[in-house]
Design a protein around this ligand. Structure first.
Ligand code: KIV
Length: 307
């Protein structure tokens, strides 16, 4: 397909993501929660950006994703949308449906998903859950909003699961997850996140679905991988889950940079001459000489014309 010269690049669609699976091209997904991060990850060439409700933990400082609201998801999605658009990025943008926005009824799910698209600027929504959510997913898809499923360790069910623990380790649970994955595809999901499940199970699920699987703690056989940006860039040096790889140590770097800044403020090494503005036509005089300041009572202590 040809584009106008200077036109923004065409965004990656749900159909292209499926074609990537068909030709065996891995899909790179990462989270972002604000415009700066969106610009950086967009320019770095990620295929999909997820405004994850993980923002409840890594941005808001909660110990789970449960307190995140739909309004907050919309707010962060608008920022990420702006960042991607300004970067001219072609990444596909997905927003998480937060806890409580889709579990009670399909009607509420449809309304929430439509708000995330219309107000937040996302192209698709992600929601957690298996076969129990088939009707909800069908309704959202029928309303015109693509749905990414999410099974395995579903953080919104942390209390039901009894913690953030690997799922599907025994045969019965593994079979149930395979059934869930098939049900999500049949319900109309265009992709499904597999979180923290054995790599052997992820390989079976990936082989049986024609929609892409996106793994986090699910091994290399998935069609794509997703990481939380904060984990990927090492913003929290004390948090090292087994499934995440740190590609930078920005938490340590930021601590060191701010420490140097504090030191230079204290020693008056900052600001230096190159950070200072001058105005040749403005001269400061001691306050005692104020009366001589050519009647400029509005600017005590300053003579001359400001520039
Ligand atoms: O909320 C999130 O960031 C997620 C990913 C970890 C898949 O759901």
């Amino acid at each position: 397909m040809s584009t106008q010269p200077g036109a923004p690049p065409r965004r990656l669609t749900v159909h292209e993501l499926r074609r990537m699976k068909e030709r065996g091209e891995p899909i790179a997904v990462v989270t972002a929660y604000d415009a700066t991060a969106a610009r950086l990850v967009g320019e770095a060439g990620v295929d999909v950006v997820l405004v994850g409700d993980s923002l409840g933990m890594v941005v808001q400082g909660h110990d789970s994703t449960l307190p995140v609201t739909l309004e907050q998801m919309i707010y962060h999605s608008t920022m990420v949308r702006r960042g991607l658009t300004r970067a001219g990025a072609r990444a596909h943008l997905v927003g998480d449906m937060p806890f409580g926005s889709y579990q009670a009824s399909a009607d509420e799910a449809v309304k929430g998903a439509m708000r995330l698209v219309a107000e937040g600027g996302v192209e698709a929504v992600k929601l957690e859950g298996g076969s129990d959510y088939v009707e909800v997913i069908r309704r959202v898809v029928r309303a015109g909003v693509p749905v990414m499923g999410h099974i395995g360790l579903t953080p919104q069910s942390v209390h039901k699961l009894g913690g953030y623990v690997v799922q599907g380790k025994d045969v019965d649970r593994a079979q149930a997850l395979l059934r869930d994955a098939r049900a999500l595809e049949a319900a109309g999901c265009y992709a499904v996140v597999l979180e923290c499940i054995p790599t052997e199970l992820a390989r079976v699920i990936t082989g049986q679905l024609s929609i892409p699987t996106i793994g986090i703690g699910a091994g290399p056989s998935c069609d794509g991988q997703v990481l939380v940006l904060n984990d990927l860039i090492g913003l929290d040096p004390t948090f090292s889950p087994k499934f995440a790889k740190r590609y930078a140590e920005l938490g340590t770097d930021i601590g060191a940079a701010v420490g140097r800044y504090v030191g230079e403020v204290k020693s008056r090494a900052f600001p230096a001459e190159e950070h200072v503005f001058h105005a040749a036509s403005v001269r400061l005089v001691p306050v005692a000489e104020e009366s001589e300041a050519e009647g400029r009572e509005d600017l005590p202590g300053v003579v001359g014309a400001p520039v």
